[in-house]
Design a protein around this ligand. Sequence first.
Ligand SMILES: [Zn+2]
Length: 403
Amino acid sequence: MLYRNGRIFDGRNAAPVGFAVLVEEGIIRAIGPEPDFDGYGGPKFDLGGDTLMPGLIDCHVHLTMSGDGKAAAAREFDFGKITLEALENAQKTLQGGITSVRDCGGVEFVEFAVRDACNSGRFLGPFIRVSGKVICMTGGTKWKIGRVADGPQEVITAVREQIYRGCDCIKLMATGAVLHPGSDIEDPQYTVEELIAGVTEAERFRRPSAAHAIGTKGIINAARAGVTSIEHGTVLNDEAVGIMLEKGTYLVPTLAALEQILLNPEAVPPASMERARRVAAKARDSVAMYYKAGGKIAMGADTGTICNPHGKNARELAHMVGCGMRPVDALCSGTSIAAELLRLDTRGSLAPGFIADMLIVRGDPLTDITCASETENHRLVIKGGAPVAGMELERQPPFRRFG
Ligand SMILES: [Zn+2]
């Protein structure tokens, strides 16, 4: 299929006017000026002036949480039900223009089965990376579903357990959380020594590490330990930014989680609401600070948290622009930079040899981010060269076989 007569954002930049993209057998074969394809006799797709871009990549979701405020524990650990919901959530995510995701903390590894089902093509879904159980201290954030581990040696054991189960990434809980009862978001939870143990063991097995970190001290601890990405990074200061820049740490701001809490006070416990209000302005400032400093920012919407439904992940793009990011940089965060963080070598860009995970949106998202952030503007979601969702496609049965 030759995609022509439109704008092209390749994951880093807008391609020159008049460029076209050729896809064969689910792979991008060529991108270049349309006259280069004069001898091509196959099917053509008329973009009609709209924009072809890579499918979006979300670096922070929770497939085993459905955004209804009920954690797995509240659902009495009904694993059959949680597994089916996780698959459904993955499919909603793909319908929302997100062609790859990273799950940042699951329940009893049920999301691993969903990953395998989607990545093998048994079920339609996005390409999925998983972290397994979050690793946390005694009483730490998400201890009910996480792997509790205290002291460097036990953290190393916990990392090995996740790797043995087949995780793609390691998630460490460095501070309290807005939604975690009884925790103070400013308090660091793990020590630098514990974090270094976790990060080093993860890297030894070529896994990136992600640290949940809200308060400044915890962010500094995790960055010093060499974690690959800081998740949330809510309360940054100059010292934290300095260390993150020096270490090349990615920031995954997850603004949508906080914005959705603020929009839905009736659904949120009062103590969480108080914590959310306390840090909301600072969260936006922190993104602006790291952006101005030239830090690497990758998109993550934290879908699955309260009133933050799967499939609406792309709204995170608009939140990032709301913090002062240029639309082109927000789009890079949601495509090429996210792919770099997730170590996806053949996704997140429109380039020869890359998998044709793509999105066609109305208008020009480089001048108006809502063209990409609002799913009503998604004309077509394309996974591995095949149209799978979007306003132009009839609604697909949810369990259609793929590939
Ligand atoms: Zn999260």
